[in-house]
Design a protein around this ligand. Structure first.
Ligand code: PLP
Length: 448
């Protein structure tokens, strides 16, 4: 992996160190106030390997939209992954890494004209569509494109449904669209689907692969010889979520419906590669105790914690990605638990991370850790109300580093070794000693 000069260095952790231990050390420095991510690049490496091992017939085209951090893109490019791009901007990002245009699929079924022209001029030919108007646009702006028809096949249990926006009906619409493409003289090469992101219904992959195989057969009757099956994304990525069951379903369905063919099979995994690689640390900067209004009993009934990340930043996933964050207080769960809520830093009351959660008593200056924060977080952050996007500190375990460097050519000076305080702060916007003040700070109440 050859990072350029502007890219961030990666800290190689000493044995026994974990992202959590890195977080604790950064926090204990006493001068870190802003929230930050610790990103374990070794996790992305291992997950890529696992994906191609569990589904040997499926070539991953990473969905850039999920997390476009340069280090992720470079690692995956070096490992030989293809890329699923949704726009001209993403195409440029990937071509800028030196990836061949033929390793990109423009997998947005509804493309603005200028983006289509850009695909044509940069040689990005493979692209999806799901309606007649898109075919007409492609005929006008990129007539030599290789088209992949996206059909709809929704998982019954899913984190984010995508079928309500994209994918034509496989039985009623797809045959007509195949005929329309033929009529326009366009080069239709295969079928794609996306069962929905964060799929909890493995058998849906069999249903979708079967529906695709039927359309391969239909296309042959009108003169096409389809060569590509794109099984989309949907592979869950949080810690503890396994790919095994989906992989078994996919492999069997490919054997059953595409067994004796040399059809190229690709997928567009996003969250599977990156979700678990990012851990976010956030600081409690303010706190409000809600008390009983009773004159005789003014005990605390609920505590509101305000942290320095919210739904306009990393926790946009609470709204857009239907993500349920789990707040882990770094001091642990010991002591009495009180009904609590966690709020982001902006002045908007929509900016709520967790509405009702049982937490121990925490003070201003104490920290929460949130795992599985790598998918659809950083890419959709804003700086609403002037709050900055959290910075990223990249780490890799020594074990993963050895594995990775045995396979890829890396520049040694991309990496820093050892856990010195300055190594632990690479990439972070730590304050200086003058910013230090006494925390944790607990609520001071009148005695009466
Ligand atoms: N491909 C397309 C076309 C998508 O829209 C998405 C996500 O929205 C993905 C792939 C990635 O999906 P996932 O993160 O579920 O793997």
């Amino acid at each position: 992996m050859k990072l350029s000069n502007t890219d961030q260095k990666i800290q190689v952790l000493e044995p026994g160190w974990t992202p959590e231990r890195v977080i604790r050390n950064v926090i204990n420095s006493g001068v870190q106030e802003n929230a930050f991510y610790v990103f374990d690049i070794g996790e992305v490496y291992r997950r890529y390997k696992e994906f191609i091992t569990l589904m040997p017939r499926v070539q991953p085209f990473y969905a850039v939209k999920c997390n476009d951090h340069q280090t992720i893109l470079k690692l995956l490019a070096d490992l030989g992954a293809g890329f699923d791009c949704a726009s001209k901007g993403e195409i440029n990002k990937i071509l800028g890494l030196g990836v061949e245009a033929s390793n990109i699929i423009f997998a947005n079924p509804a493309k603005p004209a200028s983006h289509l022209r850009h695909a044509a001029s940069t040689g990005v030919n493979l692209m999806t569509f799901d309606n007649e108007m898109e075919l007409t646009k492609i005929k006008a702006l990129h007539p030599s494109a290789k088209l992949v028809l996206r059909i709809r096949c929704d998982a019954e249990v899913v984190q984010c449904n995508l079928g309500m926006k994209f994918g034509c009906d496989a039985l009623n619409e797809a045959p007509r669209l195949i005929r329309a493409a033929r009529f326009l003289g366009l080069d239709l090469v295969g079928i794609s689907f996306h069962v929905g992101s964060g799929c909890g219904d493995p058998p849906v992959f069999r249903r979708a692969i079967f529906a695709a195989s039927q359309l391969f057969d239909y296309a042959a009757t009108v003169g096409y010889n389809f060569q590509l099956l794109d099984i989309g994304g949907g592979f869950p990525g949080n810690k503890g979520q396994s790919l095994d069951e989906i992989a078994a379903v996919v492999n069997l369905a490919l054997d059953d419906f595409f067994g004796d063919t040399d059809v190229q099979v690709i997928a567009e995994p996003g969250r599977y590669f990156v979700a678990s690689a990012f851990t976010l640390a956030t600081c409690i900067h303010s706190k409000r105790e809600v008390r009983n209004m009773d004159e005789k009993d003014s005990s605390v009934t609920h505590v509101m914690y305000y942290i320095n990340e919210g739904v306009y930043g990393a926790f946009n996933v609470v709204i857009y990605d239907h993500f349920n964050p789990i707040a882990i207080p770094l001091k642990g769960f010991g002591g009495k638990l009180t009904p609590s809520s966690i709020w982001g830093p902006t002045c908007d009351s929509m900016d709520m991370v967790l509405e009702n959660v049982m937490l121990p008593t925490l003070d201003v200056g104490e920290w929460f850790m949130f795992e599985n924060m790598g998918a659809y977080t950083l890419v959709a952050c804003t700086t609403f109300n002037g709050f900055p996007t959290s910075k990223v500190h990249i780490v890799i375990s020594e074990e993963d580093w050895l594995l990775m460097t045995s396979e890829l050519s890396v520049c040694e000076d991309q990496f820093v070794f050892g856990n010195s305080p300055s190594n632990l702060r690479i990439g972070l916007d730590v304050g200086d000693e003058d910013d230090k003040w006494e925390t944790p700070l607990s609520v001071q109440s009148p005695v009466c």
